[in-house]
Design a protein around this ligand. Structure first.
Ligand code: IPD
Length: 273
């Protein structure tokens, strides 16, 4: 129902701005940091406070809706995606950046209805960049319409990637092989420390592709819609249709760059959310 979706979109913008205020406020202060799965997987009290605040706001307004959040998900816990409206959030994507006062940090909120992403909002409050998308209605940064790059040749492409938090030797070996192949075959590589913002950057024409093995549903749901609404391709790295619970994603400005990337990469299985 259109009115409900309009209202949910307004709510999404509102909670993103509230989350942004909290990030901005804490950004230049000392942070209380804890580790999760590995010494490379961080959480701060700000991640937890934002997630609690946002979950409370959403559940108060929409008690029948479902909520999936990074900090309330236990390691290895499997989520079930239902047809119910589901709010999927990452309170701070780029927590390691946040801890190091690197401005590439954002709040990410995607909403799925009938298992399809209908709303995506990614807000980078330090850079003051608000990315928004609604299914079938294009995507925007600070109100300006986004269009992904039209490049089709991988040799002319800049590829964004994230190493992720796993420190498993075999996984790291495969990831090194992937970066090696891409340094050999693409124009350049960048790693900014936020999966969500990397996908938005591809949507904004700041690079031609992004891939990661080992990220989570809350890292790519909102960005995925922002990218497809900007004309980019979002798929499983193998070339199959994206499985939102499978912890891997490939995004590219055109199908040609997506296919070239898919052929080059070792497809690492990092499990399901
Ligand atoms: C992480 C960031 C990082 C990516 C990890 C994510 P977090 O999210 O997006 O770039 O490599 O896979 O988990 O922990 O900062 O919200």
């Amino acid at each position: 129902n259109k009115d409900l979706l309009d209202e949910m979109y307004e709510t999404a913008l509102h909670v993103a701005k509230e989350a942004g205020k909290v990030i901005r406020e804490a950004f230049y202060k000392e942070k209380k940091v804890d580790t999760k799965m590995s010494a490379a997987d961080l959480v701060t009290e700000t991640d937890q406070a934002i997630e609690k605040m946002v979950e409370t706001m959403i559940m108060k307004k929409y008690p029948s809706h479902k909520f999936i959040g990074e900090e309330s998900s236990k390691d290895g816990e499997r989520h079930t995606l239902t047809d119910d409206p589901t709010w999927i959030i990452d309170p701070i994507d780029g927590t390691t950046n946040f801890v190091n006062s690197i401005p590439e940090v954002c709040f990410s909120l995607g909403i799925k209805v009938n298992k399809e992403t209908v709303i995506g909002v990614v807000y980078a409050p330090i850079k003051e960049e608000l990315f928004t998308a609604r299914l079938g209605q294009g995507s925007y940064m600070n109100g300006n319409k986004l269009q992904a790059s039209k490049i089709t040749d991988l040799k002319k492409a800049v590829i964004l990637f994230e190493g992720g938090a796993s420190r498993d030797a075999k996984i790291l070996e495969d990831k090194m092989a992937n970066t090696h192949s891409l340094y050999t075959n693409a124009r350049g590589m960048r790693s900014y420390g936020s999966g969500a913002l990397s996908i938005c950057n591809v949507a904004a024409g700041r690079g031609q592709g992004f891939f990661e093995y080992g990220l989570h549903i809350w890292d790519f749901t909102a960005g995925g819609l922002i990218a497809t609404e900007a004309g980019a391709v979002v798929m499983d790295p193998s070339g199959a249709e994206l499985d939102p619970m499978h912890r891997r994603v490939l995004c590219a400005c055109t199908q040609e760059v997506a296919d070239s990337l898919s052929k080059l990469l070792v497809h690492i299985d990092m499990g399901w959310d």
